[in-house]
Design a protein around this ligand. Structure first.
Ligand SMILES: Nc1nc2c(c(=O)[nH]1)N[C@H]1C(S)=C(S)[C@@H](COP(=O)(O)OP(=O)(O)OC[C@H]3O[C@@H](n4cnc5c(=O)[nH]c(N)nc54)[C@H](O)[C@@H]3O)O[C@H]1N2
Ligand SMILES: Nc1nc2c(c(=O)[nH]1)N[C@H]1C(S)=C(S)[C@@H](COP(=O)(O)OP(=O)(O)OC[C@H]3O[C@@H](n4cnc5c(=O)[nH]c(N)nc54)[C@H](O)[C@@H]3O)O[C@H]1N2
Ligand code: SF4
Ligand SMILES: [Mo]
Length: 763
């Protein structure tokens, strides 16, 4: 560009991974500098990204709007009665410390609590520093969005493979038969199965002669891309999959293939499974699920006969009363048909930063302690999110008095949201690390805003362990930030709850985190670094920030790492940072038995707790609820509860209609576009107003309403979202859990829908 009399505004374009969903797309972000500083003027897909190759969705394209949202908080706020005062950081921390001191002095650590929300998993800072805060709290009252989401999947993996994070993903790019239960990746962009461009990948399965089959109560965008949709009655997936397994057993088609020698108990275990599911015949189960028995038989045999085939299940199966059982049945079907850990089947990614697998481990258990109000078993150190309200309001030892939220909006995201909203008012201290004054943070005493997405480094610590190819990319911060980083915020709170005051030095927490990572590696007799001095290694780490140094430690000691020079061609964070577009290590490879972490190094194909849960499923099936069942829904332009403040994403048609089948609508005198009341049939008078959308896209007996709305609430600072409003579906969902995982049953909620006009008439 030639310079003219008036200097043109300076522009630059940088590549970066999108932090907004699990797909990990590469973005190209163009910034322009003016008097006010640099602003994003364009966000496009990054053709250089090794994984996404230019794919982008409307949310990624809105990243600039998110970065510059005028409602985003830039300074901490402290509540003064009904108003807020902006304060500097030291004052905010001092305020928290003063409020915390008497609670800490009373000595009941369970009086402290934390709720960690979904964006934390997309945030390197939160992933690395968050656990330090949770440990420092020293409380049993840890809650997270995991128990309104995927906890059943962790529990099934923990029991079967010994590691709750060892989650098999569908090898979509090589399979010939993809069977999807309860996922809509064409809209969600994939979950617990990281890959950009799911629509393209699904089309490619069919283009190479394969088949795609979707089980979903609604004809979703994914169902429309598939060969077949089976409209399944919500909550019955575990039973349906057991009926498929029944066919495979009955027809003598059980063949685990290469992994057979690694199944604990071998044939005996398999035959025990066959015996336990004896009652799940297609003829008995099909009518309950709404699926023809012949279709169940045919699909089961097709799964057994297709060389590369896979079953994949996601939130529609997990966020149900039988979520853990359903997660196990997914793996069971893959296992007995030879598709577990096989090309084109369900495979285990190997992340660049993961701890090298040893083939054995300590295994996994739940219930190391029990919840105070409902006796729920502890799961991964957590309690069910649906119990948060009762743990705040129920008096006695262990009652929550101070709550820290990190990247969460539980008032909208957790069932029985109104009760939780009211309970939050009762807290002596509520501290929210959050960029917005929203439905939850409006209840806070202090809000600590983290830097916007482009002002921090990014690497997908969680999603590279769930990726359909082994890939990695590092994105440095592309804009400077003058306040504390999210790491600094977490570190200062960590030191504070440890009693070290409000002025603690975040470097202490960094040392502890890095020391922990390197320490355990240096103690691992099988690692090349065994016996080395962790402090000496720490001195060699790359990067100026704690997160970068911790990540460098993980990568260098990981399966492809340079092991601090022991493996000179290996990877370091510096090398990754110098690789534009990231690195692609290729398609997934079989990893069993090496990836197992059970004490005996075998797969527990039939965990005791699963065996013991089958009778509960049988009892429920015998008396399965009739009437209308509620399910959720996602939209391409929406992201749970927190991106509705961006005008670009909320323009146009209403996203939060209550979809209802024409026959169900007619039976209730409901016409399209009319106001209705949705109410829970289980317990109480919970209800929410909505607008009906009459469509045969949902099956009969099912209504669908998305979550994350309900923004027209007093006291929030979301100028766009609060005008859009919408119904909060979680006013109606109930605190009902899958007892094995504590996960909320968000899907298959028994509800009734009444026309508002009809109810006025009848008065
Ligand atoms: N009925 C029903 N309910 C559901 C679901 C459903 O399908 N049906 N889905 C569930 C699922 S899967 C999930 S994951 C949960 C989500 O539940 P939550 O995680 O509780 O809610 P989010 O809407 O993701 O809210 C994210 C919060 O993080 C803040 N935030 C955004 N970026 C950052 C950041 O960089 N740092 C920090 N500190 N904060 C940030 C936002 O301002 C917002 O307050 O909702 C669940 N609720
Ligand atoms: N655009 C967009 N993308 C997102 C999000 C978002 O809010 N918007 N949220 C992100 C988050 S936090 C998550 S966890 C993922 C979730 O990603 P997905 O698991 O793909 O989530 P959904 O799109 O809700 O798809 C679940 C499907 O299950 C169906 N379903 C409901 N009940 C049942 C049932 O009982 N059985 C069966 N078989 N199906 C059922 C629903 O109709 C729905 O189509 O999406 C992520 N991506
Ligand atoms: S699909 Fe997900 S990762 Fe890709 S651009 Fe959209 S929000 Fe970002
Ligand atoms: Mo989620």
């Amino acid at each position: 560009m030639s310079s003219t009399a008036t200097t043109p505004p300076r522009e630059r374009t940088v590549g970066r991974t999108c932090p907004l969903c699990e797909a990990t797309c590469g973005l190209r972000i163009t910034l322009r500098e003016d008097e006010a500083g640099e602003r994003v003027i364009k966000v496009a897909g990054d053709p250089q990204d090794v994984f996404s190759q230019g794919f982008i969705c409307p949310k990624g394209a809105a990243l600039g709007a998110l970065q510059h949202d005028p409602d985003r908080l830039s300074r901490p706020r402290v509540r003064e009665g009904e108003t807020w005062r902006e304060v500097d950081w030291d004052e905010a921390f001092a305020f928290i410390e003063a409020r915390l001191r008497p609670i800490l002095a009373d000595g009941d650590r369970n009086a402290l609590a934390a709720y960690v929300g979904n964006p934390n998993v997309h945030n390197l800072s939160g992933m690395i520093y968050g656990p330090a805060l949770l440990r420092a709290l020293g409380t049993r009252n840890i809650f997270s969005a995991s128990t309104v989401d995927q906890m059943p999947r962790h529990v099934a993996s923990g029991w079967m493979y010994g590691n709750p994070d060892r989650i098999p993903v569908p090898d979509v790019d090589r399979t010939r038969l993809l069977i999807i239960f309860g996922a809509n990746p064409a809209v969600s962009n994939g979950s617990l199965a990281t890959a950009p461009d799911w629509p393209g990948r699904i089309k490619a399965v069919r283009a190479r002669g394969g088949r795609v089959v979707v089980f979903d109560p609604r004809r979703t965008a994914t169902a429309k891309l598939a060969d077949t949709q089976h409209a399944i009655r919500p909550g019955t997936d575990a039973a349906l999959m057991l009926a498929m397994a029944h066919v495979i057993f009955a027809e003598g088609r059980v063949d685990p293939g290469r992994i057979a020698p690694h199944i604990r108990g071998g044939l005996l275990t398999l035959s025990a499974i066959g015996d336990a599911i004896d009652a799940f015949t297609p003829d008995a189960i099909g009518p309950i699920c709404g699926i023809a028995p012949d279709a169940i038989r045919a699909l089961a045999l097709e799964l057994a006969e297709t060389e590369k085939a896979v079953v994949y299940g996601r939130i529609g199966t997990q966020a149900t009363r039988f979520g853990t059982l359903a997660s196990w049945t997914v793996d069971l079907l893959n296992l007995i048909t030879g598709h577990l850990d096989a090309e084109g089947g369900a495979m285990f990614p190997e992340a660049l930063h993961e701890r090298p697998a040893r083939g054995k481990g300590r295994g996994f258990r739940t219930g190391r302690h029990r919840g105070r109000v409902a006796g729920d078993p502890e799961v991964r150190g957590e309690m069910p999110a649906v119990r948060l309200a009762a743990e705040i309001t129920t008096p006695g030892e262990g009652q929550i008095r101070a709550l820290f939220t990190v990247a969460g909006n539980p008032v909208l995201s957790v069932p029985d949201g109104d009760t939780l909203d009211a309970a939050l008012e009762q807290l002596e201290l509520m501290v929210c690390i959050d960029p917005y004054l929203n439905e939850t943070t409006r209840r806070a005493d202090v809000i600590l805003p983290p830097p916007p997405p482009l002002q921090r480094p990014h690497y997908d610590l969680a999603f590279y362990t769930l990726s359909l190819r082994n890939v990695a990319r590092f994105s440095p911060a592309i804009l400077p930030h003058d306040g504390p980083s999210e790491c600094d915020i977490l570190a200062r709170l960590t030191l504070m709850v440890l009693g070290m005051g409000s002025h603690g030095d975040p470097a202490l927490v960094e040392q502890q985190i890095v020391g922990h990572i390197l320490g355990r590696i240096c103690q691992d007799p099988a690692h090349a670094l065994h016996g080395r001095d962790p402090r000496a290694l720490a001195a060699e780490l790359w990067g100026t920030r704690g997160v970068e140094r911790a990540l460098d430690a993980l990568i260098r000691t990981g399966p492809r790492g340079d092991a601090f020079g022991e493996n000179p061609d290996g990877w370091t964070l510096a090398k990754l940072a110098a690789t534009p577009g990231g690195v692609d290590f290729g398609p997934l490879e079989p990893r069993l038995p090496q990836a197992l972490a059970t004490p005996d190094g075998s797969i527990d194909a039939f965990p005791d707790a699963i065996r013991d849960d089958i009778p509960r499923l049988k009892a429920w099936l015998a008396d399965a609820p009739d009437g209308l069942l509620l399910i959720g829904r996602r939209h391409l332009r929406s992201n749970n509860s927190w991106m509705h403040n961006l005008p670009k994403l909320v323009r146009g048609q209403q996203r939060f209609t209550l979809r209802i089948h024409p026959a169900d609508a007619a039976a209730r005198g409901i016409a399209d576009g009319e106001p209705v009341v949705l109410s829970a049939r289980e317990a109480g008078s919970a209800r929410v107003d909505a607008i009906a959308q009459v469509t045969d896209e949902v099956m009969r007996g099912v209504v669908s309403l998305p979550h994350g709305w309900g923004h027209a609430i007093e006291g929030s600072g979301l100028s766009v979202a609060s005008k859009v409003g919408g119904p909060n579906v979680n006013r109606v969902t109930r605190p009902v859990v899958d007892p094995l995982s504590g996960n909320a049953a968000l899907n298959g909620v028994p509800v009734e829908v009444t026309a508002v006009l009809a109810s006025v008439d009848s008065r």
